[in-house]
Design a protein around this ligand. Structure first.
Ligand SMILES: C[S@@+](CC[C@H](N)C(=O)[O-])C[C@H]1O[C@@H](n2cnc3c(N)ncnc32)[C@H](O)[C@@H]1O
Length: 508
């Protein structure tokens, strides 16, 4: 287990090595390199396919299979004079904070690491960079890696290095498909060619199944027959940008949406806050038919849970005990006797809550976070903090009246003082397919789950209305009117109508 953390040892299943070796275009006499060969999964498969000229490195002696000619040295600092036709493998992925001191000091002596990486980059970066360096002209690099480095800012220099020295030929994105036991991250297999002269389109396959991969699935993927996959080609990625795996039409819409918003983002127009933490929701929820005394009537709040949010509106409201007064237990029992009775069965658990380093009474909420924002007397927008997008094409941004509160599973948006647009117009932008596509490709995403914490919401482009322009104002008002109609009748066709008006506004 220690070794696993130390060297990022995750052995590649046979069906993946078979798929990847099958992607090689060079002939069998080509020189191949496996820079981090583990027990030799790729070496075995290369042999099976008839590739005999194989160089392999592995740092951990205990893994080395004598069947293969493996150099028991670190690939990172080895001086390698040869260049290769094919480099293939599954490089070790280790976050900087988990990289051993010895390996860190080795990295600090690497020109490529020092020039293209920083301490936010993970260990696999050096394997990608050094492999590009070691390819012959027209050589192929075929790796399986987590997909993070396609979009993180800290990997931008590395992405640029790849684009400066060649092109990406194929990408297979496996979204939430489990590939390695107990590893829940999205993987990509990519094929990169070292050739600066041409820039052909990239062939992209996005695979969406959550079941364990089979050989048949991979055969269908290759034959472009899989029902769980999307196939498309896009021009080579641009330098200084994320590598977004979206088809040309989606990408064009994203770019046009960004252009129409100029450089305005939600951060400039809305206050954004994640909901409050009771620390034990079940205890604070009031039974439906409870009769409250006068004190209690002033000390509960209406909460909308994430599961009850819809586009523009919401289903159920739950009442929560919410006593902020600094009182002792005796007074609480006397003044809030019904609340006291509700909470008493949970007292022991309530006292065990994380107390955020405060003297937390069992009837108090654990963390009020953005309460001062939420208590404003104005409408607001709520959305779930996380949304699974499988089989969806819109998010759920609900327009919620003043005095309704979010708990930690909900993010709330309230207008900033100078924001002139109607809150229903703002919700319409957020519920539109344009923001959906933008967030699916630019937002904070883990597999099929999009996150709506402060940063990702704040960075969404915002289409400000020029109210002095009569046409723009009319489009804004039309969107508001349609949003009202949708909240009332929930006729799905109205959502498309709203999108069409937004389209006109965006001049797409
Ligand atoms: C993700 S595993 C993959 C192993 C094998 N290629 C496979 O696909 O089954 C990464 C391997 O890299 C090895 N490794 C880690 N750091 C290394 C280094 N600096 N040089 C060579 N190998 C290294 C680990 O011991 C581990 O076996």
């Amino acid at each position: 287990m220690v070794e696993k953390n130390k060297y990022g040892q995750y052995m590649t299943p046979e069906l993946i090595t078979d798929f990847m070796v099958g992607l090689i275009e060079h002939d069998k006499s080509s020189s191949c390199l496996e820079p981090a060969c583990g027990e030799g999964a790729f070496c075995a498969k290369l042999n099976e396919y008839g590739y005999k000229n194989i160089t392999a490195y592995e740092i951990d002696k205990s893994l080395i299979n004598k069947k293969f000619n493996v150099i028991n040295k670190s690939f990172v600092s080895s001086e390698i004079k040869d260049k290769f036709d094919v480099i293939i493998g599954n490089p070790p992925y280790i976050r900087w904070k988990n990289i051993e001191e010895k390996l860190k000091s080795e990295l600090s002596g690497s020109y490529l690491w020092n020039n293209y990486c920083n301490s936010l980059c993970d260990y696999s970066s050096i394997f990608i960079l050094k492999s590009v360096d070691l390819l012959k002209e027209n050589g192929e690099l075929i790796f399986i890696t987590p997909d993070y480095w396609f979009s993180t800012t800290h990997a931008q220099k590395m992405r640029n290095y790849l684009l400066d020295n060649g092109y990406i030929k194929e990408i297979y994105h496996f979204n939430e498909t489990p590939i390695f036991d107990k590893v829940k991250i999205s993987f990509v297999i990519f094929k990169y060619i070292k050739n600066k002269k041409i820039k052909p389109d990239i062939q992209i396959t996005k695979y969406f199944s959550k079941s364990k991969l089979t050989k048949d699935d991979l055969c269908d993927i290759i034959a472009k027959k899989s029902e769980n996959a999307q196939y498309f080609s896009i021009p080579q990625f641009e330098k200084n940008s994320k590598w977004i795996l979206a088809d040309v039409e989606t990408m064009n819409n994203i770019k046009k949406y960004e252009k129409a918003c100029k450089n305005d983002t939600f951060e400039d127009f809305l206050e954004i806050g994640n909901g409050m933490v009771s620390g034990f929701d079940k205890a604070f929820q009031l039974p439906e038919k409870i009769v409250l005394n006068e004190n209690e009537k002033k000390n509960y709040i209406k909460v909308i849970k994430a599961k009850n949010l819809k586009q523009y509106s919401f289903a159920e409201v739950t009442n929560y005990i919410f006593v902020k007064n600094n009182i002792d237990e005796k007074t609480f029992k006397k003044d809030f006797n019904d609340f006291y009775k509700c909470l008493l069965p949970y007292k022991e658990d309530l006292l065990k809550r994380y107390n955020y380093e405060k003297d937390l009474k069992f009837w108090q909420w654990a963390f009020l976070r953005n309460y001062n924002l939420f208590k404003r007397k104005e409408q607001r927008i709520f959305c779930p903090c996380k949304e699974r997008i499988t089989n969806k094409n819109r998010f759920r941004f609900a327009v919620v009246p003043s005095q309704y509160y979010p708990t930690q599973d909900v993010t709330a948006l309230l207008k900033k003082e100078n924001t002139q647009e109607d809150i229903r117009y703002i919700a319409a932008l957020l519920n539109s397919k344009y923001v959906f596509d933008w967030l699916c490709n630019n937002g904070t995403r883990k597999g099929d789950i999009i996150e709506f914490s402060y940063k990702p919401v704040a960075s969404i482009p915002y289409r400000k209305i020029d109210f002095s322009d009569k046409k723009e104002k009319a489009l804004h008002d039309k969107i508001v009117q349609l949003a009202d109609r949708y909240s009332e009748k929930e006729d799905i066709s109205d959502l498309d109508k709203i999108d069409n008006v937004i389209k006109e506004l965006l001049k797409i």
